[in-house]
Write a protein that binds this ligand. Structure first.
Ligand code: CUA
Length: 338
């Protein structure tokens, strides 16, 4: 090939590669990362993307150059010149992709192995997924249980996931990690947060009517603030009476995802409107508190007209008794006040 052709081809490839690089970099395609695992995954992503851009630029440059330089005249019906392969070229286009693909495999394997590493003393969090709420339990913090996840920064956290009903999937985009929660077994995933902030927790496995609202949040905090919170939270989780406790149970169990309740600012539309609880109890012909309790522990005993049976999970019967009591009191009181 002549020198002029090589220069033209190279310029074309650089032009195309530059344009594609702008498209790759300019819109923010990926969420900002907030964990060591996400940083490693992003590294693999950009390594592979860079290789793809380079190969794409070379192929398109050759294509455009050929169409431009070797274009046949409109009245040219002659055969093209016979070409009998090129050993050097064939070795190059076999060896280079082989090296690139092998390097991708090695880098991916190293990242996968390192992302699963937990160190000698990870924070442990038991995640329970159910239609349509997340519960997080900290076995090392006296079983502290919460609905909004809190994690200390820079400490590996090992999640153990369980599902009470159907398959759900735990996903925090900024953490780069996603893991299914499957009934009848446990699954695990590791996250080492490295940026303070609040990020969404999303259920990313279609799990029923409330799937789209099966969301929570994770707050990444300093180790000192986390310790303070865990200590205070351990005490606050003791329950007790009063409507404030009931509201906490309501919020912590994600009831607002499906139900409307003005007192809690909940606007769910999947299940019955809890502001009308007193009227429902009347149609069912039961005292308000008894009716409320029965509807929580045995949701299909009475189903209000216009709502489908078997939608409300029957897992809330396993709520601790003090929490159930305060939830019932809270709901009954709120609907009377409405
Ligand atoms: Cu749980 Cu989707």
């Amino acid at each position: 090939m002549r020198r002029g052709a090589i220069v033209q081809l190279t310029l074309l490839a650089l032009l195309i590669g530059g344009a594609v690089t702008v498209v790759a970099l300019y819109p923010q395609w990926l969420p900002p990362t907030a964990s060591e695992q996400a940083d490693r995954i992003d590294f693999v992503f950009w390594y592979v993307t860079a290789i793809c851009i380079a190969i794409y630029a070379i192929v398109i440059a050759a294509l455009v150059y050929s169409a431009w330089k070797f274009r046949a005249a409109p009245d040219d019906d002659a055969d093209g010149p016979p070409v009998h392969g090129h050993t050097g070229l064939e070795i190059a286009w076999t060896a280079i992709p082989f090296a690139l693909v092998t390097s991708m495999a090695i880098i991916s394997a190293v990242v996968l192995a390192r992302n699963d590493r937990v160190g000698s003393d990870p924070l442990r969090v038991d995640v329970t997924a159910q239609q349509f709420a997340w519960t997080f339990k900290y076995p090392q913090q006296k079983g502290l249980t919460t609905n909004v996840l809190r994690l200390p920064i820079h400490r590996p956290t090992r999640f153990t996931l369980r599902a009470l009903d159907v398959i759900h999937s735990f996903w925090v985009p900024e953490f780069g990690q996603k893991q299914d929660a499957v009934p009848g077994t446990t699954t695990q995933v590791t996250v080492t947060p490295n940026r303070l902030g609040t990020y969404p927790i999303i259920c990313t496995e279609l799990c029923g009517l409330g799937h789209a609202v099966m969301r929570s949040a994770v707050v990444v905090m300093s180790q000192a603030n986390f310790d303070k919170w865990a200590q205070a939270g351990g005490k606050a989780a003791g329950g007790g009476g009063g409507t404030a406790a009931g509201k906490t149970v309501f919020v912590n169990n994600g009831c607002g995802a499906c139900h409307q309740l003005k007192a809690a600012g909940a606007t769910g539309k999947i299940g019955p409107d809890l502001d009308k609880l007193a009227a429902y109890a009347q149609s069912a012909g039961k005292p308000l508190e008894d009716f409320t309790r029965e509807s929580i522990v045995n949701p299909d005993a009475y189903v209000e007209k216009g709502y489908a049976p078997h939608v409300m999970p029957n897992t809330f019967k396993s709520l601790p008794k003090d929490q159930l009591d305060s939830l019932v009191k809270y709901l009954a009181a709120s609907s009377k006040g409405a």
